[in-house]
Design a protein around this ligand. Structure first.
Ligand code: KG4
Ligand code: ZN
Length: 341
């Protein structure tokens, strides 16, 4: 290892995944995530149970991340953690652990905004020399379980939200509709899987009309709910008999809503470098439609699957750019459930 090498341990614990990763000069050496099965039983994340599971997972996950990276804790140059937004109990576990580790090892501590880190996931790679990251400026559609944002990215640490949801997030719409049709939590990936064998033109749903570059998914979700109730009144087996077509039609509608505002943002800014990030960027339909946009003159960037959903690689990587550009955070920094962008 060269003396100027920068090795960072990142810790992510904002929701129901306990994750740790190690980066070497911006290259991802390890990216370990422990999910939490316990929430499936309840059809959604139970915050207190998430905090307890984080406590159980954090030591083995950090240990594994260091082992896989082949890095001893004494070789680290900094420790990073997710400061927010997220569940406060979950954030407390990761931040307390990171602070303790930084203090014990005498290392600088960097806190990271989870949503900005999702954008930075576009730069995450295990093989940076063969990775093609988006050039600045670019637009990033960040679609997760709690957020839907169009971000104008001018530099690694210079980002501005130019559009966002006024109510539910796109991931939340996937999850809530999936729950209505009886799919297990988290419903997004399940709905995606079923969509592949369905007819996406079978059912149509009203599209929200929201000014500017903002989104709304709450009315859409309610419209789907009423539609399902109406059809179930006519045929009680409607959902089971039409499951794949319902999934495909819902997915097509959510993607159309997302794409409309993204297209408006491209027109408004004149920026054709377009990236996506966040859990919903793992969606096969969204990825395909963006791939097709390459033929329309867009330069499209899609993170590898492992960096789409919550992961610590993006946290360590964001901290690397902070490390290169400014001072660390004070040791008494606290996590925040709502973290302005
Ligand atoms: O970014 P993320 O892992 O966690 C948050 O920060 O919220 O996003 C989780 C969200 C969930 O709503 C999940 O259902 C959704 O991403 N998701 C998907 C897919 N994979 C994950 N939604 C649609 N299709 C997928 N393949
Ligand atoms: Zn996330």
């Amino acid at each position: 290892m060269e003396k100027e090498d920068v090795i960072i341990l990142g810790i992510e614990s904002s929701c129901d995944d306990t994750a740790a990763a190690v980066t070497l000069n911006g290259k991802i050496l390890s990216n370990i995530t422990a999910g939490q099965e316990i929430h499936r039983k309840y059809g959604g994340v139970v915050p207190e149970l998430a905090s307890r599971a984080h406590q159980q997972h954090i030591i083995p996950v950090v240990d594994e991340a260091l082992k896989v990276a082949g890095i001893d804790k004494n070789q680290l140059d900094a420790v990073a953690f997710t400061r927010g937004p997220g569940l406060i109990g979950s954030l407390l576990v990761g931040s307390s652990f990171a602070k303790g580790m930084a203090l014990g090892l005498g290392l600088p501590l960097f806190s990271v905004n989870h949503m900005q880190a999702h954008v930075i996931a576009n730069f995450a790679s295990r093989d940076p020399e063969n990775h093609n990251p988006p050039p600045f400026p670019f637009l990033c559609l960040t679609v997760s379980g709690g957020h839907t944002q169009i971000v104008l990215v001018e530099d690694f640490l210079q980002m501005k939200v130019i559009g966002q949801t006024l109510d539910d997030a796109a991931g939340e719409a996937f999850d809530k509709i999936a729950k209505l049709i009886g799919l297990p939590y988290p419903g997004g990936p399940e709905l995606d899987l079923l969509s592949r064998s369905g007819n996406s033109s079978r059912f149509t749903f009203p599209k929200p009309s929201v000014p500017g570059l903002d989104y709304s998914f709450s009315g859409f979700k309610t419209a789907v709910m009423y539609f399902l109730d109406r059809e179930k009144n006519k045929n009680e087996n409607f959902i089971q008999e039409n499951l794949a077509d319902i999934c495909a039609s819902v997915q097509k509608s959510i993607i159309a809503i997302l794409m409309q505002k993204l297209e408006d943002a491209v027109t408004a800014t004149g920026i054709k470098n377009v990236a996506i990030a966040g859990g919903v960027s793992a969606n096969s339909g969204l990825r395909k439609i963006l791939e097709d946009k390459k033929n329309n003159g867009w330069n499209v960037f899609i993170p590898a699957f492992e960096f789409c959903t919550d992961n610590a690689g993006m946290i360590a990587l964001y901290a690397y750019y902070r490390y290169l550009n400014g001072p660390p955070d004070p040791p008494d920094i606290i996590p925040v459930a709502r973290f302005p962008f």
